[in-house]
Design a protein around this ligand. Structure first.
Ligand code: F6P
Length: 360
């Protein structure tokens, strides 16, 4: 894996972070880091890398706890972090700084509170690790920032001086989502671990399915993206897969039953159908695991079993890939945001064609 942004041979990517103007000023640059939306394995690795790279560059990192809720709430929701604050978390699933889907943050009142609370700590640089919704919400907040600052001055919540010192919000995003749904990125944080989790389940289900000569229908997460379902079906040697990106043509039921029956005739003891949670037909009607079960009962007279994997897919330890990749992404994101200026465009740091890339 090459990294356009890093050139050191040290095992600690923070060694390659470079020096920041922050280290030469009296007050260190302050950087907030938050995880938002559904948690994903590897978020901790990213947070750790952001914190330690920022410190190495002479900046002061802060955690915004529980996603944007911590910024809206203020107080203990925004906490100073040190090197040891992120020790022993590389291998842990979830996110130690918490995550949430904050409804308040979508409202102007919530954004005003978040802006005020961040400015209380002189934070106007953020690394946001989250999915599609979180990053879109963050971008709205970034665009609103100048008007939020102006309103806070009007209300007497902050001084003119504070407003002048923080005219823009500098943001760098990392895509943390098991769904692997960012156009332009090869993999999002957590997708690889979730795929491992799904494959473990498929392998386990296969043995009981084979014993009973049964068909299992496994529903996997991914929201509107079929990546997990498709890759799990290929890697798990499954018989049929339904994904949102390729709604099946009319008559898919017949096609599926014919293929499953052929497998049985060839001596296959188990059959497995993978259904992405966002699968639909061409008219946009959802195709659920229960729909597939009904079709199999009606057309093949089979009593199939349904397994909905659910949040098991998001739980547990991150894979090796989600640890090292998230470390490189976090390191690059911290570097990006510490060195940002008011003129810098907001970017997402992501893996693309085996390189760490800045995406607008
Ligand atoms: O976006 C990640 C994801 O796990 C989706 O795959 C799934 O549809 C959704 O989040 C589940 O959300 P929640 O944890 O709120 O039930």
């Amino acid at each position: 894996m090459a990294n356009d942004a890093l050139s050191s041979t040290s095992a600690d990517p923070a060694d390659a972070a470079g020096t920041s103007p922050a280290s030469s000023t009296a007050e260190p640059v302050r950087v907030g880091v938050l995880t938002s939306g559904g948690d994903a394995q590897g978020m901790n690795a990213a947070v750790r890398a952001v914190v330690r790279t920022a410190l190495r560059m002479g900046a002061q990192p802060y955690a915004v706890m529980e996603g944007w809720s911590g910024a809206v709430a203020g107080g203990d929701g925004i906490r100073k972090l040190e090197w040891d604050s992120v020790g022993s978390i590389l291998h842990r699933g979830g996110t130690i700084i918490g995550t949430a889907r904050s409804a308040e943050f979508r409202e102007r009142a919530g954004q005003l509170a978040a802006c005020r609370n961040l400015l209380e700590h002189d934070i106007d640089r953020l690394v946001v690790i989250g999915g599609d919704g979180s990053l879109t919400g963050t971008n709205e907040f970034r665009k609103n920032w100048p008007s939020l600052v102006a309103e806070l001055v009007e209300r007497g919540d902050i001084t003119e001086q504070t407003a002048a010192a923080h005219p823009v919000l500098m943001v760098t995003g990392l895509v943390g989502s098991i769904d692997n749904d960012l156009v332009g990125a090869d993999m999002t944080i957590g997708a690889d671990s979730a795929l491992h989790r799904i494959l473990e389940a498929i392998d386990d289900i296969s043995s009981t399915a084979a014993s009973h000569q049964r068909t299992f229908i496994v529903e996997v997460m991914g929201r509107h993206c079929g990546y997990l379902a498709l890759m799990a079906a290929v890697a798990g040697g499954c018989d049929y897969v339904l994904v949102p990106e390729l709604p099946p043509a009319e008559g898919w039921e017949e096609d599926m039953c014919r293929k499953l029956a052929k497998g049985r005739e060839a001596g296959r003891r188990e059959s497995m159908v993978i259904v992405a949670e966002g699968a639909t037909d061409r008219a946009g009607n959802p195709i659920t695991a229960d729909d597939v079960k009904r079709v199999l009962a009606e057309r093949l007279g089979e009593e199939a079993r349904v397994t909905i994997l659910g949040h098991v897919q998001r739980g547990g330890k991150p894979s090796a890939y989600d640890r090292w990749m998230s470390t490189l992404l976090g390191c690059t994101a911290a570097r990006e945001v510490v060195l940002a200026t008011a003129e810098s465009e907001p970017v997402i740091i992501a893996e693309r064609q085996n390189r760490i890339k800045r995406l607008p």
